[in-house]
Design a protein around this ligand. Structure first.
Ligand code: ARG
Length: 271
């Protein structure tokens, strides 16, 4: 298996906290070790650097504790960047901050017409864009994604509130393969996934409950939560190299490695 070197965007969790609850993982009354969150995030960043990826950083903004979840900052494919529109007012001000970063970095900008939480719900799998809906990204946003990026968009209906973003229920492993938790999807979406990815890795609830599917693959190495041990074993059986990282503090906000990571896809050649 060939590894592709990736250009990634991350946001240091300088102002990370769990101050509000917009998903079932978040409990503002539970203690969070903010210093540990930063160290764990630094370890994730170092893991990417060790794999040969390029990591860019956006400056964190005070008062936006979830800005660390860069995957929600946009969708960037073939040099085009689509900005986001959050469902919840608590995250609304992240959208212009990320938009300004993409613009300064020279991406061709597109603005969302509907709720659209970026790569949290929009995953490029080979030549298909898998787009989640049910909790965050609006179904209407899927048509705009297809129009902007020119990839066929496949709607994925999420049904379990714990797996509120597509990237908590499904991981793209390479151009042909994904791993997912079947029961996080509606029956129709499960049928679509079986049709598109007959060789997919099926994760268990035990893996999904530690956000094991919130993983980042370069086609060969899969960076996933250290607690996702069953999934890691299945991936190794398939020939992937797995690298476990502990993001226990960020998980208290409902996020894992993938949530902290936005893929910046330049042009056709380096998608
Ligand atoms: N607390 C954040 C939220 O609920 C977590 C976002 C996780 N991001 C992701 N790509 N799944 O919006």
């Amino acid at each position: 298996m060939d590894a592709t070197s990736q250009r990634l965007l991350m946001c240091r969790p300088t102002y990370f906290a769990v101050d509000y609850a917009i998903n079932p993982w978040m409990d503002p009354s539970a203690p969070v070790d903010a210093a540990l969150a930063v160290r764990q995030w630094e370890q994730l960043r170092q893991t990417y650097l060790d794999l040969g990826h390029t990591v860019e950083e956006i400056t964190p903004v005070p008062g936006l504790p979830d800005m660390v979840f860069a995957a929600n900052g946009g969708t960037v494919i073939d040099g085009k960047a689509m900005a986001v529109q959050f469902r919840d007012p608590q995250r609304a001000d992240e959208a212009p901050a990320y938009r300004a970063w993409f613009e300064a970095a020279g991406f061709e900008m597109y603005d969302p017409k509907h709720v659209n939480e970026g790569e949290g719900d929009v995953l490029l799998a080979g030549d298909h864009l898998l787009a989640g809906t049910g909790f965050r990204t609006a179904h209407a946003a899927h048509a705009q994604l297809q129009e902007v990026f020119g990839y066929p968009v496949i709607t994925m209906q999420l049904v379990d509130p714990r797996f509120y973003h597509l990237d908590t229920a499904l991981t793209v492993l390479d151009e042909q393969t994904v791993a997912y938790l079947p029961e996080a999807f509606s029956p129709g979406s499960q049928a679509v996934l079986r049709r598109l990815f007959p060789d997919a890795v099926h994760a268990t609830m035990a893996d999904a409950e530690v956000l094991g599917l919130n993983a980042v693959s370069d086609g060969r190495h899969v960076v996933l939560p250290a607690q996702g041990t069953h999934l890691a074993a299945k991936l190794r059986d398939r020939g992937y190299e797995t690298i476990g990282v502990d993001l226990s503090e960020l998980r208290k906000a409902g996020g894992g490695p993938k949530c902290c990571t936005l893929r910046l896809r330049q042009g056709k050649a380096s998608k």
